[in-house]
Design a protein around this ligand. Structure first.
Ligand code: PMV
Length: 313
C-alpha cells in the first residue's frame, strides 16, 4: 500500500476565544506557515492491528497497545471504528512531524485530530468530505479538552478563515485583501482544558462580571466580521486591542503576553491580542505588509521565543 500523507495547518483565533465556548461568535484563520504532517506507512509483515506511532516532536515511539486509552490515536481509532464501522485496521506505522508548537494556542491538538481522522480513514479506503472529517475530529477534541467549542477543528479541517458559532454551520470568510499577521510565542506552555476550566469557575463565582465580559467579547467578534471582509485594517486592529483588554479582564492574559502585545503596538502593529486559551502560548498582531519585519524584530527583542509571519486571505 502506498504511503498516505495528511497535513494540517495551525490556526490563530483573531476574535472571540473563551466566549465561543459559551455560544458567542468567534473568528479564526488557518496559519499555513506552521504545519503538522502525518504519514501512514503500511507494515505488511506485521500482524493485523499492529500500529506503531512515532512522533518526532514529542519523541514518542510506541505501539498502540502501550498507549493510554485517552491517547488521540486510541480515540481516533475508536471514533472511526464506531462511526465508519471499521472493525480492523491494517498494520501501520504512523509518523508525525510538526512545526506547530504544543499547548501554545496554535491548534496543535486539533491539527493532530484532523490529520488522524483524515489519514486513518483514507488508509482504510474512505474518502471523507471536509465536513465529515471536521465532525469526527470534534469527537476527538471532546475527549482531549472536555468542552471544546469546535472552532479549532473547524478552521483546521476546512483550512479557511471562519466565522464560528458553536452548534451552527461554519461560515467561511474571504477578505478583500490579504491580512498580514505576526504571531509570537511567549514560550510558556498552557493547557486549554485548564484555562477553560478556570474561566468556567470564575464565571460561576462572579456572575456579575464574567458573563458580561464574555458577551462583550462576542460583540467585538460580531463587529469585526464585516471589517475583516472589507479589510478595514485600522478598524480590525482597534477591535483586536479591545478584545485583548477584555481577555485581560477575564484573567487569561499574563505579563509575558502583555509585554509582547505592547511591543507589537509600539512597533507599529495596527492591533494585537493573545490568541487561543492564553496564560502563555502565542499572541497575534496585525501589521501593514511593509512593517512586518519591524514588528517581528520588536517581538523577538521583547522576549518572544519565536515569531512567524502569516498571510491570510
Ligand atoms: O489554546 P487553543 O488553541 O486550544 O484555543 C482554545 C480556544 C478556546 O476558546 C479557549 C477554547 C475553545 O474550545 O474554543
Amino acid at each position: 500500500m502506498p504511503a498516505i500523507t495528511s497535513k494540517s495547518p495551525g490556526k490563530s483565533i483573531l476574535f472571540g476565544e473563551h466566549a465561543v465556548v459559551y455560544g458567542f461568535p468567534a473568528i479564526a484563520v488557518p496559519v499555513n506557515s506552521v504545519q503538522l504532517k502525518l504519514t501512514l506507512l503500511g507494515a505488511p509483515d506485521q500482524p493485523q492491528g499492529s500500529i506503531r506511532l512515532r512522533n518526532r516532536e514529542t519523541g514518542e515511539d510506541a505501539l498502540l497497545s502501550d498507549l493510554d486509552e485517552t491517547h488521540p490515536l486510541n480515540t481516533a481509532l475508536r471514533v472511526l471504528a464506531s462511526e465508519l464501522k471499521i472493525d480492523h485496521f491494517p498494520a501501520a506505522l504512523l509518523d508525525i512531524s510538526s512545526t506547530i508548537p504544543i499547548a501554545s494556542g496554535l491548534g496543535s491538538s486539533a491539527a493532530l485530530a484532523v490529520a488522524l481522522v483524515r489519514g486513518l480513514s483514507q488508509y482504510t479506503g474512505f474518502k471523507l468530505s471536509d465536513q465529515r472529517v471536521n465532525d469526527l475530529a470534534y469527537e476527538l477534541e471532546k475527549v482531549q479538552h472536555g468542552t471544546p467549542s469546535g472552532i479549532d477543528n473547524s478552521v483546521i479541517a476546512f483550512n479557511k478563515p471562519i466565522y464560528y458559532v458553536k452548534g451552527q454551520p461554519v461560515e467561511f470568510l474571504s477578505f478583500e485583501k490579504p491580512l498580514t499577521l505576526v504571531i509570537a510565542d511567549t514560550g510558556i506552555r498552557s493547557f486549554t482544558r485548564e484555562v477553560v476550566a478556570e474561566v468556567r469557575a470564575r464565571r460561576e463565582k462572579e456572575p456579575q462580571v464574567v458573563p458580561s465580559l464574555l458577551f462583550r467579547i462576542g460583540d467585538v467578534a460580531l463587529a469585526a466580521k464585516d471589517k475583516l471582509v472589507h479589510t478595514d485594517l485600522s478598524a480590525v486592529g482597534s477591535l483586536m486591542n479591545e478584545n485583548h483588554q477584555l481577555l485581560q479582564s477575564l484573567g487569561v492574559s499574563c505579563e509575558e503576553l502583555d509585554t509582547l502585545v505592547n511591543a507589537a503596538l509600539q512597533a507599529g502593529a495596527l492591533g494585537a491580542k493573545l490568541c487561543g486559551s492564553g496564560k502563555g502560548g502565542n499572541m497575534v498582531a496585525l501589521a501593514q505588509p511593509e512593517s512586518v519585519e519591524v514588528v517581528r524584530a520588536a517581538l523577538l527583542k521583547a522576549g518572544a521565543k519565536r515569531a512567524l509571519t502569516a498571510e491570510v486571505q
